[in-house]
Design a protein around this ligand. Sequence first.
Ligand code: PEP
Length: 261
Amino acid sequence: MTAPTKKIKPLVAGNWKMHGTGSHLRELGRLNTSLSKHKFGCDVAVCVPATLVHRLSAMKFGAKIMTGGQDCHGAQKGAHTGDVSADMLKDAGAKWVIVGHSERRAEVKRGGHGETSKLVREKVLAAQMAGLRSIVCVGETLAERKSGDTLKVVGAQLRQSLPDTCSAGDIVIAYEPVWAIGTGETASPAQAQEMHAFIRNLISKAYGEVVGNSISILYGGSVKPANAEEIFSKADVDGGLIGGASLKSADFTAIVTASKS
Ligand code: PEP
C-alpha cells in the first residue's frame, strides 16, 4: 500500500507552565476575541495549570481554544498525593496533555522531577486510556548537542517514551531542544527541519509510513511572533509548543496566524 502524501492539520499549543491564577484567564478571553478576527488553519490548544483546566473548559471556547493539562500520572488512580490522573484532566474538560516536558525530565536538584522515558511512556498509555491526546516532548541538552549525541538522545527518548500503538489521532510529538526553552535562543529553521525529518523517519520505521506521514511534529523553544513563520514554513514542522509567548494573547495570536494551514 502506498503511504498517503503528508497532510496534517497543524497545532499551535500554549504551555503556561506554573503561571496563572483565575484572573489570568481573562487573557484567554482576549485570545478568543482576537482569534475571531483572524483567519488561521491550525488547531489551537492552551495547556494551563491543573487548577485552571476546569475553569478554562467552562469558558466554552470549544474547538477554537482547546484545553490541555501539563502532566498526568501514569496510574489511573491511587495513593499519589498531589498528582492528577489523565481521567481527572479529561473529566475537567481537557482534550490534551503534555507529557515528558524537559522541565519534568530535568533532575530534581535542578528543580525538575527526574522523569525517565519509561515513566513518560506510562503517562502516554494513561492518556490513551482516558481518551486524551498527548503532546510527547523530546529534545537534547546543549551538552548533548555539542558532543554530537543529539540523534542518539532524541532517538532513544522517542523509542522509550512511545507505546506499542501510536497514531496521529492520539499522539503529537514536540521536538524541544532543551537549550532553546525559555532562553531566547531558537534552533535555526534548518536545525529544526533536520530533527523533524529524523523524527518522522523514525516514526515511519517503527509504526509504518501511514503513521509517519500523518503524525504532527511540533517545534518548541523560544518561538515568538518574529521567528514563527520561518520555523513553521519548514516541511516537517507542523506547528509549535509555545511557552512564554503563549501568556500574551497578542503574541500568541501572531504565532497562531503564522502557522501554515
Ligand atoms: C515550552 O515550555 O515548551 C517552551 C517551548 O517554552 P518557551 O517557548 O518559553 O521557550
